[in-house]
Design a protein around this ligand. Structure first.
Ligand code: COA
Length: 157
């Protein structure tokens, strides 16, 4: 699936104010503008995309990167008013397709142990739990689950 087919486009520097605003709505520990800028600066090794909602506002965003054959999903968020419409699933699929086209074999990420929605999303996309980082999140001491998926065999439910 191409980004355009999925109603998405590449994230640009001009999006960063809106990306940070949506990230602050979505995440317990939002990224700084500099962190998103660093993702854009990865160039060909990075995959950052957005879904437009209306001028100046975004419905969703994702940042991921590849190193060797490993895709890392760094962050993803969907406007609370636009959830359960398949946006996150489409964003992750696009990241998988991008990684596979570059030789990616596995995808991994960290997710808060209490983030049931995200865990359900990733499990539906074929991810499995492979580890735990105890007390990983500094804002509340929550554990992080390490999830991993085999890319070519990703099972879509
Ligand atoms: C997690 C998140 C990205 C999901 O976005 P979304 O666009 O609502 O997800 P989708 O509509 O693509 O859901 C795809 C599947 O994931 C699962 N899922 C998603 N949200 C769920 C929820 N709240 N409860 C149970 N399952 C859920 C379901 O299997 C769903 O398929 P279905 O709707 O056909 O049942 C969104 O809730 C969000 O932005 N949360 C805050 C930020 C966050 O947690 N990011 C992830 C950090 S690792």
């Amino acid at each position: 699936m191409s980004l355009a087919d999925a109603g998405m486009r590449a994230m640009e520097v001009r999006d960063l104010v809106a990306v940070c605003a949506l990230d602050a709505l979505c995440q317990g520990s939002p990224w700084t503008k500099g962190q998103f800028r660093d993702e854009l600066d990865r160039g060909e090794d990075g995959f950052c995309c957005v879904v437009d909602a209306e001028p100046g506002a975004l419905a969703a965003y994702l940042c991921a990167w590849i190193a060797a054959d490993e895709l890392t999903i760094g962050t993803i968020g969907v406007d609370p008013a636009r959830r359960r419409c398949g946006l996150a699933r489409s964003l992750v699929w696009c990241a998988h397709d991008w990684a596979i086209s570059r030789g990616g074999a596995i995808a991994h990420l960290e997710v808060r142990a209490g983030n049931a929605a995200a865990i359900a999303l990733y499990e539906a996309l074929g991810y499995r739990r492979v580890g735990v980082r105890r007390g990983y999140y500094s804002d509340n001491g929550e554990d992080a689950y390490l999830l991993l998926a085999d890319l070519p065999g990703v099972e879509v439910k």
